[in-house]
Design a protein around this ligand. Structure first.
Ligand code: GLP
Length: 233
């Protein structure tokens, strides 16, 4: 794991963008995208750039169950708003949280991933160490699956909703095994509430209790942190 410390989220976004640009110049095809507030400055850099993404594919980590793409809280809407409307890709995939058969949708998504191996994966991290929506206790062997969100994640994500009762209780998420197939992974974390998870991810045992700790076993991970997120290191 390579650690890069930055002054703030803006500098982190610039740095992540520079890493991506290098890979695009070397011919990568598929970018794995994440939602949440951490990648926002990175997406702003992409929007402000002159790069044409129309020959690239994007694949998102996860989507809430039960929210349609025109619901402003859905991850589909988030991606359109912050990136895809301004910078269309050749194809952009997100799990369909409205699918009648959610397990079949998860299998479909695994097929999408098989057909489009991820070259460059963006990640945030939950304060309980989750990546994507892989909550503590999720098997490292999982590919795309249906997730029951933990109370901690529901509370953390309730800031995007009117009230915590509105936060969906389930999501479809790429699994840890899927994430680990990405050739390069860039994880961004900002703020004191991430500090404990970051410490565990970097120095702790590799354990399903802290899903992000598996990244210790990945050959090409870059972690971008502000001072607060790095404060327990
Ligand atoms: C959600 C997303 C994750 C994201 C996490 C942290 O749970 N599924 O992909 O990393 O939130 O979000 P934030 O960056 O807003 O702290």
């Amino acid at each position: 794991m390579r650690l890069l410390r930055v002054k703030d989220q803006k500098e982190g976004g610039r740095l992540a963008f520079a890493l991506l640009k290098e890979k695009i110049d070397s011919g990568i095809q598929t970018i794995g995208l994440a939602t949440g507030s951490s990648p926002l400055s990175f997406y702003q850099e992409l929007v402000d750039s002159s790069i044409d993404f129309s020959k690239l594919t994007s694949i998102n980590l996860d989507e809430y169950v039960g929210l349609s793409p025109d619901n402003p809280q859905s991850y589909s809407y988030f991606m359109k708003e912050h990136l895809l409307e301004s910078k269309p890709f050749k194809e952009s995939f997100l799990p369909n949280g409205l699918a009648k058969d959610l397990l079949a949708e998860a299998s479909n998504y695994d097929r999408v991933l098989d057909e489009h191996p991820i070259d460059f994966q963006i990640l945030g991290i939950g304060r309980n160490g989750h990546i994507g929506f892989n909550e503590p206790g999720t098997s490292f062997e999982m590919t795309t699956h249906l997730v029951d969100l933990t109370e901690d994640t529901i509370q953390a994500n309730s800031r995007f909703f009117d009230k915590s009762d509105d936060v969906p209780r389930q999501a479809i998420s790429m699994g840890i095994a899927s994430i680990m197939t990405a050739k390069t992974i860039v994880l961004m974390a900002y703020g004191i509430e991430k500090a404990v998870a970051i410490k565990g991810m970097i120095y702790g045992p590799v354990t399903e209790d802290l899903p992000a700790s598996i990244l210790q076993k990945h050959p090409d991970v870059i972690v971008i942190l502000d001072e607060a997120a790095a404060s327990q290191l």
